[in-house]
Design a binder for this molecule. Structure first.
Ligand code: BGC
Length: 331
């Protein structure tokens, strides 16, 4: 993992912190939702959350993830749609998987013309970025040009909404006393991490918001499916899991981030947005007591010490840093 120059400074305002952390790093991108593993030896850049002032970077990675498709090179000063650029001629690409019309993806624009900037037929087509433009029936990426038209690996035209549940507890010794880091002397936090099947990176057990689903439910569902394997649990175990999760997640949680993600899967017409929320089991007697079991998109699952040196998928490290600062824990 790359060391952020500003890592050790708490900025206080989340948006500003992400702006400052919006630096390129290495990664393996995610595939698509619901168990479709996409291998990813492509664009090795972590998604980040650039501010409106700093242009997205990962969304312009030269080679599109999981393909041989090259993006049209977009210089920083041409990212903004407001800049006239008649020469701009990006290739249009949507993976065959999406073109096969799985239930969770939109059909191609033409016969299909969804209502953008609103919740249309249960699908949330609003953006955390505010109202986005629609040109020739296609939504335009609110952060500007990416060098690729179409949807690439993403199922929805416009915003593709994800949710990232960050479940934490204090690391304790055999007697139940909080453990502290030997150098920072701060208490150690642990979070539930999954090893993604698609790229082998450790990550927060996040996933896509289903049509009509409240984000609060997505957070619970993704955590139950990926970290507790609720999909394969017996009805009794599933009920037990559900009860614990509901109890922990009904606490309001700490909203770590909400907005656009500079993800290499983004295109001119489709992009990732996420809500990352921290749920903390302070007494260690809630979700901490449930046996972790990897399921769905997760190959492995475990409690991992939160520490800046632990490499993580996408921009997830940025989220954990904010959680550690908020809870005055070691980072
Ligand atoms: C992942 C989330 C991630 C989001 C944006 C989703 O596919 O499941 O964990 O935050 O993409 O990169």
């Amino acid at each position: 993992m790359v060391n952020f120059p500003l890592r050790r400074h708490w900025i206080g305002r989340i948006r500003l912190a992400f702006t400052l952390l919006g630096l390129p790093q290495t990664l393996c991108t995610s595939g698509v939702r619901y168990g479709q593993a996409i291998s990813s030896s492509y664009c090795r850049l972590y998604p980040t959350m650039p501010s409106s002032e700093s242009p997205h970077v990962k969304s312009r990675c030269p080679q599109y993830p999981g393909s041989n498709i090259k993006r049209f090179p977009v210089p920083d000063d041409k990212v903004n749609w407001a800049q006239q650029w008649p020469q701009y001629d990006p290739v249009s690409y949507t993976t065959p998987l999406i073109l096969n019309k799985p239930a969770w993806a939109d059909p191609d624009i033409g016969a299909f013309s969804p209502k953008f900037n609103t919740v249309d037929n249960g699908v949330d087509r609003t953006s955390f970025e505010g109202s986005y433009q629609v040109e020739n029936g296609k939504p335009l990426n609110p952060r500007g040009r990416t060098g690729l038209a179409g949807r690439g690996l993403l199922g929805r035209w416009g915003p593709n909404h994800a949710a990232d549940p960050i479940v934490t507890r204090w690391k304790v010794d055999a007697k139940g006393a909080k453990m502290h880091h030997s150098v920072s002397a701060r208490p150690l936090l642990q979070f539930v991490s999954i090893k993604r099947k698609d790229c082998g990176e450790w990550a927060i057990p996040g996933g896509m918001v289903d049509p009509g689903e409240q984000v609060s439910l997505t957070l619970q569902r993704e955590f139950s499916e990926e970290a507790l394997n609720s999909l394969s649990a017996s009805p009794e175990d599933r009920a037990k899991i559900q009860e614990r999760i509901t109890n922990l997640f009904k606490s309001s949680g700490f909203e770590v981030y909400k907005g656009y993600v500079d993800d290499p899967r983004n295109t001119d017409n489709a992009w990732m947005e996420t809500v990352a929320v921290n749920f903390h089991d302070d007494q260690g007697n809630s979700v901490s007591e449930l046996p972790l079991q990897a399921g769905d998109d997760a190959g492995q699952v475990q409690w991992v010490d939160i520490d800046s040196s632990f490499p993580l998928y996408a921009n997830h490290s940025n989220f954990l840093e904010l959680v550690a600062k908020e809870r005055k824990a070691h980072w």
